[in-house]
Design a protein around this ligand. Structure first.
Ligand SMILES: Cc1cc2nc3c(=O)[nH]c(=O)nc-3n(C[C@H](O)[C@H](O)[C@H](O)COP(=O)(O)O)c2cc1C
Length: 274
């Protein structure tokens, strides 16, 4: 039974990886996309069925984190509302100071309003291609009362940032692209959206199906951002360099998949066993 469980789990995450690393990138060669995606989605549903049957939940958090990119060009396709609802719910499930849940989310779907928000964001007109925009606001009333200046100036910002991160990852999970936008004229945005003085818009998230595939931006090496025990200390961890050797990257997942040639056979076997 345990072996079956792990077979189902491996198969599920392997197929997800195929979709994310091999099929999704071909989105930009769309005739290949529709056929390949249909096939893969069929396989994926089977794997999901297997996983559910064996009560397995695959938690590919690292994969979702690695796959997310800031996308600034979207297809002109509407987003089903259930996806938006799950994304909002993911934001609402973020940790927050004193569990005050002081965030408020404004979902904007009208083209004219989105265009106005893009203007409010110092003319980042690419935002106008997004079919949906979510504006994350902090309602500062309770948090100020509970935690004073620290609550208003720090916790409320941290709460909204954590909610935003959950939402970006949820969007990735929903096969949507997103971008966190922090550069906007607060006063103008408040006017556009009737945000009261007690609240503050903290971030804008654009959402949509991607019409571009940005490369992973350059990242500094892990050793350059990490200290042990005290600021500046790297001596103790030199034996673990390079730290990247411990990190499973999207690339290595894709490479592994390339080595897994008998995936279809494996899946058939599992289905037959059922
Ligand atoms: C606080 C903050 C503010 C940002 N503001 C903007 C923005 O105004 N416009 C924009 O296009 N991207 C904005 N971004 C997105 C970053 O440019 C992006 O996350 C970064 O370049 C790394 O790329 P990645 O998200 O693909 O990893 C912002 C991100 C953060 C965290």
């Amino acid at each position: 039974m345990l072996a079956e469980r792990s077979n189902g789990l491996n198969m599920h995450s392997t197929l997800r990886s195929i979709i994310n690393h091999i099929i999704k990138p071909s989105l930009f060669h769309s005739s290949v996309y529709s056929k390949a995606t249909q096939g893969a989605m069929h396989m994926y549903s089977s794997a999901t069925f297997i996983s559910k049957h064996f009560m397995i939940n695959s938690m590919d958090v690292y994969e979702t984190i690695k796959n997310r990119r800031s996308v600034r060009k979207y297809l002109d396709s509407p987003i089903p509302f259930d996806k938006i609802a799950r994304i909002i719910d993911a934001g609402h499930n973020a940790p927050c100071a004193g569990n005050l849940q002081a965030w408020r989310f404004i979902v904007v779907k009208t083209k004219e309003k989105i265009a106005e928000i893009a203007k409010n964001a110092y003319e980042q007109l690419w935002m106008g291609t997004a079919p949906v925009i979510i504006v994350i606001c902090a309602d500062n009333t309770k948090i100020k009362r509970a935690y004073g200046v620290r609550g208003e100036r720090l916790y409320s910002i941290q709460d909204c940032a954590l909610a935003a991160m959950n939402m970006l990852l949820a969007a990735e999970e929903e096969d949507l692209a997103s971008c966190f936008v922090g550069a906007f004229d607060e006063r103008m945005l408040k006017r556009t959206l009737d945000i009261p003085d007690t609240a503050r818009p903290q971030a804008i998230i654009t959402l949509g199906y991607p019409d571009e595939k940005p490369a992973t931006p350059l990242k500094t090496e892990l050793k350059d951002i990490l200290f042990f025990d005290k600021w500046g200390n790297r001596e103790d961890i030199k034996e673990f360099f390079p730290l990247e050797q411990y990190v499973k990257s999207g690339k290595s997942v894709a490479k592994k998949l390339g080595e897994k040639k008998n995936i279809l056979k494996d899946l058939k076997k599992i289905l037959k066993k059922k």
